[in-house]
Design a protein around this ligand. Structure first.
Ligand SMILES: O=c1ccn([C@H]2C[C@H](O)[C@@H](COP(=O)(O)OP(=O)(O)OP(=O)(O)O)O2)c(=O)[nH]1
Ligand SMILES: [Mg+2]
Length: 156
């Protein structure tokens, strides 16, 4: 789906007071899969993540994701590689009916303190289609060649 595709769905964003002045989440390049999310920590009050610690970082936005889609919150590979910063629950799931502030659960797996300043691009968000399925309890399942083999049953 291209930038000018009329069928392209819209992501509605409600800016919260502490999101004032922050750039909207946006695709950094034409073919980017994810939109970078910025930290809505207070100006002059950076959040320091010590090694091994985690924090829920505010983004300053409430989203209205169109029905049939989800948002996945994923790490940025540069922060992961250089600083050991990742999303603890990756990929974080934002449901289309969620109306709270989007937050990013960061963890510091590196060896040094990591300082999160206001506006820093801390994670990325991928919008993805969701399939909901009907659940039916049964008493037996169909036979297959694999059967119950898993977890390395086919070798390495
Ligand atoms: O990285 C994340 C993950 C989740 N959420 C919000 C949106 C999501 O719709 C809601 C619930 O997330 P999830 O279902 O993963 O958490 P839960 O522990 O199952 O909470 P709940 O009982 O509220 O569903 O929290 C975020 O803002 N960021
Ligand atoms: Mg849940």
């Amino acid at each position: 789906m291209t930038l000018h595709d009329p069928a392209r769905p819209t992501l509605k964003l409600l800016r919260l007071p502490h999101g004032e002045g922050l750039d909207l989440p946006s695709y950094e390049t034409a073919g980017a899969a994810g939109m970078d999310l910025r930290a809505a920590v207070a100006e002059g009050e950076p959040l320091t993540l010590a090694p091994g610690r985690r924090a829920l970082v505010p983004t300053g936005f409430v989203m209205e994701i169109p029905g049939g889609f989800e948002a996945q919150i994923r790490p940025r590979s540069g922060l992961a590689f250089k600083n050991g910063i990742t999303c603890l629950n990756t990929p974080g799931t934002v449901d289309s009916d969620y109306r709270g502030e989007v937050k990013v659960l960061l963890v510091n797996l590196g060896e040094a303190d990591f300082v999160i300043e206001r506006g820093m691009r801390i994670a990325q968000m991928v919008i993805a289609p969701v399939t909901q399925i009907t659940v039916a309890e049964v008493t037996e399942t169909s036979g297959t060649g694999r059967g119950a083999g898993g977890f390395g049953s086919t070798g390495v």
